[in-house]
Design a protein around this ligand. Structure first.
Ligand SMILES: [Zn+2]
Ligand SMILES: [Zn+2]
Length: 334
């Protein structure tokens, strides 16, 4: 007698085929019929076969690809679920969603944002996932953050002017186009002009914390970001906790604060990360009852990281998507 067919196995196969080819062989038709009667609690059990990337950027902030180009790249990389999380803006999300619809691309778009916050003199990024981008509180916070960005950019431009780089603000603004202006735009201008040998050097020498053209940002608090993300129906994720250059004592303080402020998840998996760092983040999640997220923080194609690359949710983690009531679209057919 053949072994019984596992419902989840059918789901895996069904979803795999749906996303990858949409070609229905007789066996797939059979699976579809079986699946139509199956009920799933959530899509967590399907995640091993899904390619999920919950952190990426477009030209609407400091990314190198337009929303459409990003979706095309995600499609080429066979990403199943992609969150676009531009800095303090949701401008790319409708464009991306319409493009997916128009081209019938089998990608589930998670609407997101990455909010800059200030904590103890550090800039901490809080990603909001699965948000309602029309929420009034969210739109108000975006306006407030954009104003803070604009006045900071003007002040950075003035300081750079005093360092001997005229008109950098306008050049950076032009470079940002309709998108959100960030320090990365200033770095790109200095690099292009040959004033610094690399983008990182622009930060190390001029616009990074404590340097000659550094301007303290006037961001919202972590609490405010988390509250607004929740008001917009989303999950609040602390982005790249390992990249804040904090000692372990300060990192723990930050995570305790985030938890106190009702944050939901830590970004536990990033593309370039030592296994010990990932384990440390996972242990923080388990210790403080936080969920786990994963994302490439993709900005532009590079040889070091790309959409969905090296992202695998650890088995012991409770993925952030457990918090979402809505399963991904293809599985709605189950
Ligand atoms: Zn970030
Ligand atoms: Zn980011």
């Amino acid at each position: 007698m053949p072994p019984p067919i596992q419902r989840n196995s059918l789901c895996y196969l069904y979803h795999y085929q749906f996303v990858r080819s949409k070609i229905k062989s007789p066996i797939e038709e059979l699976i579809m019929n079986l699946m139509s009667t199956a009920v799933l609690d959530d899509f967590a059990n399907l995640s091993p076969l899904l390619r999920i990337d919950l952190h990426s950027h477009t030209t609407c902030s400091d990314g190198g690809l337009s929303p459409e180009e990003l979706i095309d790249r995600a499609s080429n990389f066979q990403i199943d679920i992609l969150a676009i999380t531009d800095h303090d803006t949701v401008a790319g999300l409708d464009v991306a969603a319409n493009y997916i619809l128009e081209k019938n691309i089998p990608i589930k778009l998670i609407k997101g944002i990455e909010i800059s916050t200030a904590w103890q003199g550090f800039e901490i990024h809080i990603v909001g996932l699965n948000i309602d981008i029309k929420n009034t509180q969210l739109l108000q916070l975006i306006d407030q953050q954009q104003e803070a960005r604009e006045s900071r950019a003007i002040a950075i431009g003035e300081k750079l002017e005093r360092c001997g780089f005229p008109d950098v603000y306008h050049k950076a603004k032009e470079r940002a186009g309709a998108g959100t202006i960030t320090r990365a735009h200033f770095a790109k201008i200095l690099y292009q002009q040959g004033d610094v040998p690399s983008l990182q050097k622009a930060f190390d020498k001029y616009i990074g914390k404590g340097q000659r053209a550094y301007v303290k940002p006037n961001w919202c608090s972590i609490k405010q970001a988390v509250e607004v993300i929740h008001a917009a129906g989303g999950s609040a994720v602390m982005a790249h906790p390992i990249r804040y250059d904090l000692s372990s004592k300060w990192l723990r303080r930050l995570i305790v604060q985030f938890k106190e402020d009702c944050g939901d998840a830590l970004e536990v998996v990033l593309p370039q990360m030592a296994p010990q760092q990932r384990d440390l983040m996972l242990n923080y999640c388990l210790e403080y009852g936080l969920h786990a997220s994963m994302g490439s923080d993709f900005h532009y194609p590079s040889k070091w990281s790309d959409l969905g690359r090296n992202l695998k949710m650890p088995e012991r983690a409770s993925p952030v998507w457990h918090l979402w009531a809505e399963p991904i679209e293809p599985i709605k057919l189950c």
